[in-house]
Write a protein that binds this ligand. Structure first.
Ligand code: AMP
Length: 285
């Protein structure tokens, strides 16, 4: 069945009030649209945790830098609604106006200090402030019991967990595994930017992470060696590294060596032509 389409904040408020009166549990999946299997996996999982599943589709302007791809970010509302229907989503919130969540007079921004540092936080100034602001808005507007996010955007997931905890929002935040193409490339709306030739070279991110994981399983503990395994693949495919880093899986602080029992994460960001791609992998621990 086609999901109910809500186009304004006022419509979401009224709909949410009805839902709470009926005592129904809500799962929310925030997205920027151009949906793929990664997004749909979150929606299907939402169904297992709630009576009602809502998705939002909003290309959030505040999380894009001035030189980033806001204007050309891929959009396909009609296709997305069909995909949401297939994934059993009940309600889609897709604001009509790009400024809908930032009307005239808007002046409230959310800044998560520690886990926003380093990695994408350093390379994309203001990005996580934009993410934290829109996600806080959506969690306050929908008041879901559960909200689902992908580990594909690993630092973003830690930012959202922090704001939910620190602002006492009381939502259960579920982080879901990265859905990949059969050859290992992490699914992303931005993969649509890649030419056929770039698409092949883009595999070097997941290949590098796989090589590092194999090394760690064989006993390598030094971050430098694990990072180098990823860099080698990026170089071989002629990708330009943005960062490759081994960090503590929760605090995202840099690690020099893997420690037994300490969950760690290896994260990579690289430019494939003009397209910036990210990926990450749990490692050791
Ligand atoms: P986006 O539309 O890129 O803002 O992503 C919306 C949500 O889908 C975020 O929680 C992402 O982490 C998640 N997501 C994006 N790609 C994937 C993927 N390949 N696997 C799992 N989740 C994903």
């Amino acid at each position: 069945m086609a999901p109910q389409l809500l186009r304004t904040v006022a419509e979401v408020s009224a709909w949410g009030a009805g839902l709470r009166r009926a005592g129904r549990r809500l799962a929310l999946v925030p997205t920027m649209g151009f949906l793929h299997e990664g997004h749909l996996s979150l929606m299907r999982e939402g169904r297992r945790h709630a009576d009602v599943v809502a998705a939002s589709i909003f290309v959030n302007p505040t999380q894009f830098g001035p030189k980033e791809d806001l204007a050309r970010y891929p959009r396909d509302l009609e296709g997305d609604l069909a995909r949401c229907a297939g994934a059993g989503v009940d309600v889609v919130f897709a604001p009509t106006e790009p400024g809908a969540m930032y009307p005239p007079g808007y002046q409230t921004y959310v800044e998560v200090t520690e886990v926003s540092k380093g990695l994408c936080g350093d390379r994309r100034p203001g990005h996580f402030r934009g993410v934290a602001t829109i996600v806080t808005q959506l969690l306050c507007l929908f008041r879901p019991e559960v909200a689902l996010f992908g580990e594909k955007d690993y630092q973003q997931l830690q930012v959202i967990k922090a704001l939910n905890r620190d602002l006492h929002l009381g939502v259960e935040i579920l982080g879901m595994p990265t859905v990949r193409e059969p050859d290992g490339l992490a699914m992303s709306s931005r993969n649509a930017y890649l030419s056929a030739e770039e698409r092949k070279r883009a595999l070097s991110l997941s290949r590098g992470l796989g090589a590092a994981q194999a090394l760690s399983r064989a006993g390598t503990r030094e971050a430098a060696a694990l990072v180098e395994a990823v860099r080698r693949e990026l170089r071989a495919a002629d990708l330009r590294e943005d960062y490759v880093e081994l960090v503590d899986a929760e605090r995202l602080t840099p690690l020099a060596t893997l420690q037994p029992g300490q969950p760690a994460r290896l994260l990579v960001a690289a430019f494939c032509g003009a397209t910036r791609l990210i990926d990450n992998q749990s490692i050791g621990g």
